[in-house]
Design a protein around this ligand. Sequence first.
Ligand code: NDP
Ligand code: HSE
Length: 438
Amino acid sequence: MHVVNLGMIGGGTVGSGVFNALQRNGDLLAKRIGVRINIVKIAVKAFDEPRPYPIPRSYLTTDWRSVVNDPQVQIVAELAGGTTVAREMVLSALRLGKPVVTANKALLSAHGPELFATAKANNTNLYYEASVAGGIPIIKALREGFVGNRITHIYGIVNGTCNYILTRMTRDGMEFDAALKQAQQLGYAEADPSLDVDGLDAMHKTGILASLAHGFWVEPSQIYVEGIRAVTQTDIRFADQLGYVIKLLGIVKRLDADGRAAPRVQVSVYPTLVPKHHLLAGVNDVFNAVFVRGDVVGDTLFYGRGAGKDATASAVLSDLADAALDLKLGTKQRVPAFAEHERYGKVVPIEEVSTRYYVRLEVVDQPGVLAQISSIFGRARISISSVIQPEDHKGTTVPVIMMMHAAQNAAMLHALRQIGKLRVVKSKPVMIRVENLE
Ligand code: NDP
Ligand code: HSE
């Protein structure tokens, strides 16, 4: 049996998951691919950290360079996280011509083009299946499964922590902070959980999906992002009455109609009202789902655990198998890490994108209030689709919920600024975008 030697950096949630999965299924993997993956060394920060799965001390070192530089090590797995030292780890392995497997979407988002170029220059490869949507093989699907398609739409629930929090808030009425704490205890959240709840982790992943689908590198600064901190129980309840659930969606939508010109693409992440009858509305807890529409295949949906030690380990194992096979067969760039196939594509700024909206206003309950509000929307040529004002509300102000037809974001934001200044409007207008996913 052909053997390849693996050096790992990181023995935490993902790293210990990979160690455990290789102990459990290493024989099976070896039989399937004809190569045995043999772990040589694992770098960690401190020997005595508690780990989700135990790793014998004999594997451990605290010197990541000794892993990368070990002449025995043929593949390096970077499962440490972060964007500074991790960049050094990955670059130094690639410069030695060693294939690298990473789960680090923040690193790819920040330094993707440099890392891909370094892999190519050193005739090796960079694999990152675990970087998006945990155990779902979405990178392989986009790069290989859909290689013959023009991708027109991707809607992704790609952050397990946010989906877990929104599910607990919706189903159990749990407060945001308590739900986040649970997600952290379950090993779903990033070391800095603001990456999750402020939408940045979903932004990293959505940027990777957009880049693969459209063939030009989407920089994080081009992606419009809103996280879930502002989502309240009040809006969850009104959305429910209107037939929607609130999900944090990564959206990659091709806006040019004919599909032949260089792509003009919406790339954004924001809390979204999703119709309850759509499959994405039923994706709960830590589960992720990615809806992909291609011009040949039509609609597809991928579903699975988006975070956690075992699901993520499954994706890392798939990359390790590809890297090991490439080494065995000498096919080092069979599927390049990133192929630039549409160099002139563009991300359309959110202001120019048209969406539908849910709007909640807190207003004084007196005659003429709705007329003032609707005349501002009317002047902005934004059409109201329906209005609800609950009759049984007690207090000095009442909520007014409006569902709006599609309008450009710039026009909507301008109208809401004007509405927010009306004397009868008593708090900052709440606006959540709506997707019918058609
Ligand atoms: P953890 O914090 O659980 O593990 C990080 C590991 O890296 C630890 O073992 C830590 O050592 C080690 N480490 C950190 N810095 C160094 C260093 N300088 N030298 C040597 N070892 C180091 O993180 P996760 O396992 O959760 O995440 C790892 C990566 O996987 C991140 O990029 C994350 O975004 C990504 N990811 C995580 C998922 C998840 O569900 N958790 C899912 C998909 C991707 P020590 O144990 O001593 O602290
Ligand atoms: N923190 C990430 C999430 C881990 O919750 O989705 C998986 O990438």
